[in-house]
Design a protein around this ligand. Structure first.
Ligand code: NAP
Length: 339
């Protein structure tokens, strides 16, 4: 190991990221300091939340410094170590970056994983990673879903939404998914078991409200919100009394300098409803529980997991930009190195 190829943030994007905001650089492979280890990246996760880390604004994580590699959740193997708990060759998962080698320490998200316990180690970035834990704790804890409740999910064909719908069905909910193309709508019912699928593209807010109403005439008990904007507004006009809205993401606003905001907040009062934002990192102490349950469902064939894997760090730029097109069919992952 001599060269470390790194996908750097060189300029803060304005709106949708463009190629000139990034650069692929070659640097020396880092060495571990006392208590540190070097991770050779095998898979890097590409997540919509990374858009927020590119901006120099207050958030739940510090902005990525200009000139630094783009932060990402990764799966990799220890290449050199000065921490006996993370010996050379061990498989790990945690917060790293889109680069071939990263320096890491134990703690936080970084932990050892068993690659033989899953069909592919990349699963630790999808169903058994932050995406899977977001869906699991969002449905079971934030929404506290119960059998017989109606669950409405936006971004329903995405990495999180596809799992949310399936977990909802396992619990015994009636599930309604919203997505943005005829093909995605087909996948919602056929692949992810949604009871009703709604295509929002080409529809104004009133039409979308009417479709949700037709699918749930008595209102929805639970909303898992990934998108925000008009889709959240349409959900708010269809709440059942004492409904719960889990605010997971607002992807429709991530690239827009002007925030749209929710206009139907009054409906929360009308229906004595609760809206709660949450971060998957809050559930870090309970990850083993969530991973155990999701791994069990996966092993029993009760969860379908779709991954869209691009290969080669030289393809980091097109893969990263595709994240904002909404055209991916499954969890977006970049394979940076070989196992
Ligand atoms: P994903 O796989 O990329 O799916 C997101 C989907 O959102 C897209 O497939 C697209 O589907 C839809 N979408 C709607 N408006 C969009 C826009 N303007 N640009 C791009 N896509 C748009 O993402 P994910 O990993 O499932 O993440 C879903 C949401 O969960 C995001 O908001 C993310 O930030 C959030 N999240 C939150 C946490 C947390 O801790 N709170 C953790 C993980 C993820 P359509 O074509 O159907 O519109």
């Amino acid at each position: 190991m001599t060269v470390n190829r790194r996908f750097l943030l060189t300029r803060r994007p304005h709106g949708v990221p463009v190629p000139d905001d990034f650069q692929l650089a070659e640097e020396a492979v880092p060495q571990p300091g006392e208590g540190e280890f070097v991770v050779r990246t095998i898979y890097a996760s590409l997540d919509p939340a990374m858009r927020g880390w590119l901006d120099d604004v207050p958030s739940y994580m510090p902005p990525i410094p200009l000139g630094d590699a783009v932060r990402a959740s990764v799966v990799g193997r220890v290449a050199a170590s000065r921490d006996p708990a993370f010996p050379e060759g061990a498989w790990v998962s945690g917060l790293g970056a889109i680069e071939e080698y990263s320096v890491a320490r134990s703690g936080g998200f970084m932990r050892r994983i068993d690659p033989d316990a899953v069909p592919s180690p990349s699963n630790y970035l999808s169903v058994l990673g932050a995406v899977g834990m977001t869906a699991y704790f969002g449905v079971t804890d934030v929404l506290a879903a119960k059998p017989g409740q109606t669950l409405l999910v936006s971004g329903a064909a995405g990495a999180v939404g596809s799992l949310v719908g399936q977990i909802g069905k396992i619990i015994g909910c009636r599930t309604i998914g919203i997505a943005g193309s005829p093909e995605k709508v087909r996948r919602l019912t056929q692949d992810y078991g949604y009871d009703v699928a709604i295509d929002y593209r080409g529809k104004d807010r009133a039409a979308l409200e009417a479709e949700i109403h037709a699918a749930a005439p008595n209102g929805v008990d639970l909303v898992f919100e990934n998108v925000g904007g008009d889709i959240l507004d349409a959900a708010l006009t269809n709440l059942a009394d004492h409904a719960t809205v889990a605010l997971c993401g607002m992807i429709s606003e991530y690239n827009s300098p002007e925030k749209i905001g929710a206009r139907n907040v009054w409906q929360l009062i009308v229906h004595r409803a609760t809206i709660r934002g949450f971060l998957v990192s809050d559930y870090l102490p309970r990850f083993e529980e969530g991973i155990g349950t999701m791994a069990g469902w996966l092993g029993e064939g009760r969860l379908r997991v779709d991954e869209h894997i691009d290969r080669g760090i030289e393809n980091a730029l097109p893969a990263f930009l595709r994240l904002f097109e909404g055209t991916n069919e499954g969890k977006m992952i970049l394979q940076v190195g070989e196992a």
